[in-house]
Design a binder for this molecule. Structure first.
Ligand SMILES: NC(=O)c1ccc[n+]([C@@H]2O[C@H](COP(=O)([O-])OP(=O)(O)OC[C@H]3O[C@@H](n4cnc5c(N)ncnc54)[C@H](OP(=O)(O)O)[C@@H]3O)[C@@H](O)[C@H]2O)c1
Length: 269
């Protein structure tokens, strides 16, 4: 089993390019999926304080006996008022649930109501060394410019909805220009892209599965991917994307599938 490659974020920390998404994995499902994912070689786990699974994930991580330093733990904070007090409270609960003193990545689930206050709180956690990287989710150019305009540290990550049905090209390009790494959530569109005829045809050509083609296309677009699965066979299948590459023509065909079909809101758009 080869280790999953990493990329270097703009603050020089290494982040695996493939992690496990856990939104639909509630309670004991998360525990099992994380255990299987760690066996398959995953070391990066994406969680949130609203996914109802932090404590289960913490249990699976503890039982794995994998060194904390080998893991990359990401969490997204969602609080109703995004006050400093509510974020710090959620952060401490998350640390307790995941059995960890620090997080590798802490993201604002969205910047809407109290953007500057919430971002300042994340910067404070980062400056104090409680988190190794900070970022934001679903954030468009307008909000990124507002952060820059106030001379705050820019997010290291923007976690966006991204898959062949929604590519948000202008936003992704803007993030690249600003050295903000884009991380694709919903990279398989919850499985909905996998019966697309063009994707199936390309998968047959490369003798790969449609999921592997979609994830590989996203990696070749310089994104980090966090597909979710509760199925041990698929968890492993989703790691087998580092031993081939998609040619330019097929990359373009995959790009042409975009229909801006958004599943979830995006701030400011
Ligand atoms: N920041 C945000 O606002 C935000 C929003 C939504 C999600 N996220 C994050 O992004 C992660 C991924 O997104 P997502 O969970 O919504 O959807 P996704 O990863 O695009 O798709 C997951 C679905 O695809 C299926 N699947 C996985 N691998 C497969 C394969 N090889 N072949 C066929 N089917 C496969 C899974 O079914 P099985 O389980 O049956 O395999 C599951 O139903 C989330 O878990 C969460 O961590 C973030």
């Amino acid at each position: 089993m080869n280790p999953i490659p990493s990329i270097t974020l703009n603050n020089n920390i290494e982040m695996p390019v493939l992690g496990l998404g856990t939104r639909m994995l509630k309670f004991v499902k998360a525990e099992k999926a994380v255990a299987h994912a760690l066996e398959a070689g995953y070391r990066s786990i994406d969680t949130s304080n609203i996914f109802s699974n932090e404590a289960n994930i913490g249990k699976a991580l503890k039982e794995s006996n994998i060194e904390r330093s080998e893991l990359f733990l990401s969490n997204k904070v969602f609080t109703s008022n995004q006050s400093k007090e509510s974020i710090i409270k959620a952060f401490n609960k998350t640390r307790l649930n995941l059995n960890t003193d620090y997080l590798d990545l802490y993201l604002l689930h969205g910047p809407a109501q109290n953007l500057f206050g919430a971002w300042e709180t994340l910067i404070e956690l980062y400056d104090k060394g409680f988190v190794r990287a900070i970022g934001i989710c679903n954030t468009n150019i307008k909000y990124l410019k507002m952060i820059e305009h106030e001379n705050y540290m820019l997010p290291l990550i923007n976690q966006l909805e991204y898959n062949p049905y929604i590519t948000q090209l202008e936003l992704v390009d803007y993030c690249k220009q600003k050295s903000i790494q884009v991380e694709a959530w919903g990279p398989l569109a919850r499985g909905e892209v996998l019966d697309n005829k063009k994707i199936i045809a390309i998968s047959q050509k490369y003798e790969k599965t449609p999921a592997q083609i979609v994830l590989r296309w996203e990696l070749q677009n310089d994104l980090i991917v966090i597909p979710s699965s509760k199925n041990p066979k698929r968890l492993k299948e989703n790691t087998e994307i580092f031993n081939f590459s998609i040619c330019e023509e097929d990359m373009a065909t995959l790009h042409s599938i975009n229909s801006n079909r958004r599943w979830m809101w995006s701030y400011g758009s």
